[in-house]
Structure formats: C-alpha cells, structure tokens
Design a protein. Structure first.
Length: 260
C-alpha cells in the first residue's frame, strides 16, 4: 500500500486504479477508501480513480490531534504530489464534498472540474439535520445507532434486497479518538464565504430524500458557486451514489466528459 507524507509528517495511504484522466474520489466522515468499493469500477472505462484513507482511517496514520476539512484537503494534495498528478477531477461525497470545496478554493490550479455529492457549505448558512435524526444517531446501543444510520443511507427496498456488508457505515477499526476528530472536523466546516471563489466547473448532486445531510443544502451550494449545476435524484437518500448508481455514475461521467 503506497503512502504519501504530508507536511506535518503524517503518512496517508492511497489507492490508484484504472487508466485515463485522474479522478479523485473522496469519502464521507469516518470512512476509508472502502466507501467507494461498490461503484468505483463505474469510472474505470475512462478514468484513473484515486482514493485515500483519511488520517485516522484505514492504513493511514491516526494522530490524536485536531483534524479539519482544510487539513484533509492538504492531505489530498500530498497524495496528488506523490503520484505526480498536476491536475485532477474531484468527486467528493458527504464530508468528502466539504473537503472538495477547500480543494477547489485553495488549490484551483489542481482541480479541473468538481462534483459535490450529498454535502453542504457548513456553518450558519447550512441546513442542519432535524432533532429526530440527531437523536437516532446518538443512541447508546451500537446496533440501534447503526440501524438508524443504515435507514438514513438507503431506502427500505434497497436494504431488504441488499443484506450487505455495507461499506458506507464507517471504518469499524478507527480508534475512538479518530472518530471524535472526524466528527469535529465535519461539524466545524464552514466554506460559505469562500464558495464564490470556486472557478472549477461544478455539479451538485443530492438525493431528494436525504435527511442525514438535508436536501435543502444542495441548492444553497449550487446558488453560491458561480455557474454550478444542480441535479436531484428522486427517491434517493444519503448513499445515492450506490443505491442509484445507474443514474448517478453516468451523470457524473457525462459532466466530466463535458469539461475534460
């Protein structure tokens, strides 16, 4: 497993597969690259996919110190540098979409085009999940909390016909301190003031029935980023990219081809 070394000496594990123009795939909070396992091959007809294990996850180092979405973006740059990739398309989902926002803001010369999935601008301008959702995720019994997360990620029909294992419910091997650090990083994200500075062609995608990261955040992002497009996938919850991959993956590929 190759690793890139960041400016602070943290080792970040990464995975590069396929051939073609580079496409960085960024996972959700407290998840490793396995978030993308079920859909990654959708892009390999024309793309070389690049994933990483965020610090605190997978085979990356897990320092017990503050994390942030800006820091995660710096880690992505370290991976691209290690691979010798000057410029890439970036597709970030959930917290990965927050990381992708900072990539496009702070490293515009490294981002050719940008796809933001099931994410939000963060801060006071974002739409927070409702109290019932927060309470369901905070249940002290792990099995019940996991079941609540599963219901927020997928529709009942999908769960009934796809018994798992699920790769989007978090890295179970993460130490407790890393989980806390990831949660704090995502919660403290606020790119609202910087979003108008994004110059990369941008597509915002969201499930119409997403309660984990409320759908109302999608038009906020699209309106805030100059020239951004918006697509809502009807009936989809948070993991739209997996359950509705037959819609989502071709949609992303068509957008990337338009801006290659």
């Amino acid at each position: 497993m190759p690793h890139a070394k960041t400016l602070d000496g943290t080792r970040i594990a990464y995975q590069a597969r396929g051939n073609g123009a580079p496409l960085v795939l960024l996972a959700g909070q407290a998840n490793s690259h396995h978030w993308w396992d079920t859909v990654r091959d959708d892009f390999h007809g024309s793309r070389r996919t690049i994933t990483l294990d965020y610090r605190g996850t997978g085979d990356s180092d897990k320092p017990d110190e503050p994390y942030s979405t800006k820091l995660f973006a710096q880690d992505v740059i370290a991976v691209l540098d290690d691979l010798g990739v000057d410029r890439a398309d970036v597709y970030g989902t959930s917290m990965g979409g927050r990381v992708a926002q900072w990539l496009a803001v702070h490293y515009p010369h490294r981002v050719r085009s940008l796809v933001l999935g099931c994410t939000s601008p963060g801060g006071l301008h974002s739409v927070e999940r409702d109290h019932d959702v927060r309470r369901s995720l905070a249940q002290p019994e792990p099995t019940a909390a996991r079941r609540a997360l599963l219901e927020l990620m997928y529709t009942p029909t999908w769960v009934a016909t796809h018994p798992g294992p699920y790769t989007t419910l978090g890295d179970s091997a993460m130490p407790a301190h890393a989980k806390r650090r990831h949660l704090a990083a995502s919660n403290r994200h606020d790119a609202w003031d910087a979003l108008p500075d994004i110059s990369a062609p941008t597509l915002v995608i969201h499930g119409s029935d997403d309660r984990l990261n409320p759908t109302a955040n999608a038009p906020l992002l699209a309106d805030r980023i100059p020239g951004a497009g918006l697509r809502l996938i009807s009936g989809a919850r948070h993991a739209y990219f997996e359950e509705f991959r037959a819609i989502a993956s071709p949609l992303v590929l068509a957008f990337l081809k338009e801006h290659q």
